[in-house]
Design a protein around this ligand. Sequence first.
Ligand SMILES: Nc1nc2c(c(=O)[nH]1)N[C@H]1C(S)=C(S)[C@@H](COP(=O)(O)O)O[C@H]1N2
Ligand SMILES: [Mo]
Length: 412
Amino acid sequence: MSNWLASLRKGYGKKLHALHAWNGWIVVILTISGLLLFGGFWRGILGEGRVWIRWIHIVVGIASLLPVVYYLLLAGKHWKQLRGKSSQRANVIVVLALLVGWLLSGLLLWQFRLVGPGWSNGALLVHDLLTWIGLPYIIYHSITRAKWLKEEPHRRTVKSGKPDKEKEIHPAVSPGALYSRRAFIKTAIGAGLAITLGPSFLRWVGNSIGTGADIEKLVESDANNLIPAPQPLPASLPPTGGGGRGSFRVYTVTQIPSFNNSNWSFAVDGLVDKKMNYNWEQFVKLARKVQVSDFHCVTGWSVYSNTWEGIPLKQFLKEAGVQQQAKNVKFYSGDGVYTDSLTLEQADMDDVMVAVLHDGKPIPSDLGGPVRLIVPKMYAYKSVKWLNRIELIPDEHIGYWEQRGYSNDAWV
Ligand SMILES: Nc1nc2c(c(=O)[nH]1)N[C@H]1C(S)=C(S)[C@@H](COP(=O)(O)O)O[C@H]1N2
Ligand SMILES: [Mo]
């Protein structure tokens, strides 16, 4: 054992150096892939690529365990070497804590099915929080500890053997002036990071605490204009569920569409006895029901106790009359791209709803209004936004995200 450790420590300095470089590259790959996965912006652009990027992120993330373990084997010696250098020791602890925290929360997110929404929610919060703290820290660390900032000018020029330019410009630089120049650049870098990332960070904190202010903004800036507005039932306003807890992340694979009375319609067709087609004036008159349910996305976030008001899917199927050969229900989005489906059996669940109001207010365009599907017992990629057509079909239909690697089985 001690032999083995001794051989491991041979060429210790070089190994530590290589380890640091490897770790740097891993962090770069995880940063880029992670930022592409975070939030909604890249969803439509990446399409199928998103699934690959997710896999790269997971595999490289797990692989980051190797440099951590390798470092821990060398850590004893390194730690002694850093005696008296408290800021470097602190740095080691911070970076190790970040890596371990990212790794553990990442494992939970990866295994969201096994651990369930509760754990995924916590893991996503930790994963994002560590990124908000850790990424600026690592960027700051890599800039301020770069050689050009660390070394004093005369030593750098002696080493590289190049003419001493620094001295030409500043003939007599006192150590004090040098120190303050470095301090100034460091402060400037820190301030730059704070200014560029601060506002988004605060918005993220606000959404994570779930004050509900964000959804009000979405309702205010609703791009839809459908008249008359649907009038909430008493069970909907004030919302029976007390108002949704958590925040929706606005996801779309297209531009967010907007609708008005002249470009909106709703159809139920395919293998039915009576094809239905509604304009908005007809649609708002349909009898609605109210339900309280949770909403879970596979990426780890949830919104609990939503009060949805709308028409149970069952109602439409009964009205149109489903024919014998029909085995599946296909849902179309008014964005022209997104689709998904349920088997007839799944479509028969009482809480599958064609929703029109959320917490007593018309669903804003960002969240799929004027009309979206809700399938509470399944992950939310089944909950098609801007729903405008329901088609009864004989064969299975593979939906947008299912074609791109999401499981056809979406049960929570
Ligand atoms: N038309 C359409 N519907 C969609 C999506 C989409 O990109 N386009 N994303 C799905 C996914 S993966 C989720 S988690 C939810 C997100 O709903 P939200 O944007 O209202 O939060 O919508 C689902 N329905
Ligand atoms: Mo999702």
